[in-house]
Design a protein around this ligand. Sequence first.
Ligand code: F6P
Length: 538
Amino acid sequence: MSDLTAAWGRLTDAAAKAGARRIASLFDAEPGRLDRLTVEAAGLELELSKQPWSLADLDVCLDLAKAAQVEAARARFFAGEPVNSSEHRAALHMALRAPKGSNFKADGGPVSAAVDAMRDRMAAFANAIRSGALKGATGKPFRKLVHIGIGGSDFGPRLVWEALRPLDAAIEVRFVANVDPAELAFALHGLDPAETLVVVVSKTFTTQETMTNAKAARDWLRAALGKAADSHLVAVSSALKETAAFGAPDDQVFGFGDWVGGRYSVWSPVGLSCVIGLGPEVFERLLAGAAAMDAHFQAAPLAANAPVLLALAHVFNRNGLGRPVRAVVPYAQRLHLLPNFLQQLEMESNGKQVTKDGKPAPHHTAQAVFGDAGTNVQHAFFQLMHQGTDIIPTDFIAVREASEGDPAAQTILLSNVIAQAEALMVGKPESQVRKELAEKGVAAAEIETLAPQRTFPGNRPSAFILLDRLDPERLGSLLALYEHKTFVEGVLWEINSFDQWGVELGKSLATKVLGELQGGPAGAHDPSTARLIGKLRG
Ligand code: F6P
């Protein structure tokens, strides 16, 4: 039996015992628990004491990380080796946010000088837009920006903008991802083409949704401004052959290397709309925060390494305790898009059924992730979280200081996140419920039916991530934390976290169905699909 197989076996054994134990009981049994399971990293505090593992279980998990050679994998990752083995590419988003003058290499070729030059170019372009030095076709300054992109060309920039945008933005940024024409219609509604910049972001520049929306937005500009409208177009891509035909002026085309994965690309020119909307200084601070997490991930020992510990906590639940779903609940309205971002990051990266060698995956892989902003979710799915028949671990993210608004409301928000994490873990035993009902004078027969319904089983785990404030550095650090925890999970599961073959079948079938909806000859389909095509074709 290999060391790795043995380490997985020990994790399974440890988890079987953990499942039968109360998390809350571990605080008395393990006096050092809180300290050992609280880590400061790059401006964030990660607390994992409300997880089902004991400190001995944590050691078992750390042994698994060692047996899986996480440190060696991390070294290959940072060295720019082709860790995306099915596409023979590096995945080197860390190079995009490294301090200027760094020396990253992707597949042996230097990239840092080009990255630094592109950062300067983006900053200069953004400053020219922001200052009004660069004007639209009619001489008006650009005051609105429509960002068109989907998946990794949307989630990151949209999240960063929502998280950091000022109340009164000098440049309003709107996002369009869906090919549903309603989204573009809403985004363009009320805008003056003469002061609108359209930034089209697509790594491949072939994505159906993005190209459809980009052409429609270009038509909207041209209808108002004629051919001069093309000076309102910006293209961001790693496929510069594809961008040429689009019409954006050459000095408004921003490229990036194919070693930047779509869902890891917010740090690249994919984030250009944020550079323009928030200003280059803010964007540089975002990069610096992510770079600080990179440095922590590289240097901290496994036992005090935030991405490693978060990955192990999630794996202990996912693989040890058979919990395939996880909630992510940011108690910060500005972070309400974090669950969407993490859905792509984690589920597109690690939603795999085979190893990187093409063998059946030996373990279950990515958890399904869902969530939304607290406190809203308390009025949506938290009934199930507290009393449903499944245990769904939660990541809570809280921010100490409000970005704006009434500090008293912020205190209420914080009281809720603390209380929810406590309630999930501690619960409320039936004996206490019975006592309280009896004290209220409820009849004995009613107590029999009511008490079980008002009992909270507790023992539901959570991770707690605390930010002192939601500034650009801490946001960068938070996103990089999740990126690296996703990487560590991929190493433990022996999968390639950087490809996404599973999105291809639907795309090619949609092309075929589109031809039929547009009146082309009927193709071979199952009866259900054929019926739908028949019903919806024009
Ligand atoms: O969802 C599939 C996907 O390929 C993602 O990986 C990617 O982020 C998204 O489509 C958009 O791709 P592109 O940036 O090439 O338009």
